[in-house]
Design a protein around this ligand. Structure first.
Ligand code: GLP
Length: 243
């Protein structure tokens, strides 16, 4: 797995946005795998800027998001669907019929995971998958575990993930305890994977991902088995790599 170290989040965003532009230039009907959280926000801003200033065109693109909290519907302010609408979809003009999301309010989560996985198989594979990383090395919501899941599944969130994600919720508002997520096989079936990590809180996970044992203890370490995966890091996130 290749990695690059940058001085600022903006430089990371430019590099990540360039990968999107390359994919779109090759195929205007590119299939994108998308992530939420603070890591991709600057990239989404940069893409919105390129739509306005450079005429970048997302009208042919299909998107599949990594994950969604159980119990939140797409209009809930903390849902990942809402995050994507606000930060990307409505800014770059992705057509609603081309947006694919796991439904956190589905009646039967197993059926919902199969539906999403089948949809991805019929439209995909994902050409470009964007990822963040959890402090404990999770990708999507694939939490550290002895045995990882290959396909989409319902996951009980790790206590440290619930704690880390509390910052997005208002005081007194509870972080959902479970989520639906693409599985490891689903993520690794993307043709190209770009992971963004910034800040000291990610340094340990990044060191394990790139230099540690490939194991369920750090799900992101399996990205090293992918033939075209790159990590875009700032110096703080890369700190433990120099030791
Ligand atoms: C959540 C998401 C992940 C994301 C991670 C890191 O748990 N499920 O997809 O990568 O948070 O988020 P952040 O980028 O805000 O640090």
């Amino acid at each position: 797995m290749e990695y690059k170290i940058f001085k600022t989040k903006e430089e990371i965003a430019i590099c990540a946005a360039d990968f999107f532009c390359d994919a779109l230039a090759k195929n205007p009907k590119t299939v994108l795998g998308l992530a939420t959280g603070s890591s991709p926000i600057h990239t989404y801003k940069e893409l919105a800027r390129r739509v306005t200033d450079d005429g970048l065109d997302f009208s042919g693109v299909s998107t599949f998001n990594l994950d969604e909290y159980c119990g939140l519907d797409g209009s809930h302010h903390q849902s990942y669907r809402y995050f994507m609408e606000e930060n990307l979809f409505k800014k770059v003009g992705i057509l609603p019929e081309n947006v694919h999301f796991l439904d956190g309010k589905a009646k039967n989560f197993d059926v919902e995971c199969t539906r999403f996985e089948n949809e991805l198989r019929s439209i995909g594979p994902v050409d470009l998958q964007l990822l963040g990383i959890g402090r404990n090395g999770h990708i999507g919501f694939n939490e550290p575990a002895e045995k990882l899941h290959s396909a989409c599944f319902r996951v009980e969130l790790a206590p440290e993930t619930i704690k880390a994600n509390q910052r997005f919720f208002a005081p007194g508002e509870e972080v959902p305890r479970s989520a639906l997520t693409m599985g490891m096989g689903t993520i690794l079936s993307a043709k190209k994977i770009v992971l963004i990590a910034t800040g000291e809180s990610k340094a340990q996970a990044i060191a394990h991902m790139l230099k540690g044992e490939i194991s369920g203890q750090c799900p992101a370490s399996f990205l090293r088995t992918h033939r075209d995966a790159i990590a875009l890091l700032d110096e703080a996130a890369a700190r433990n790599l120099m030791q």
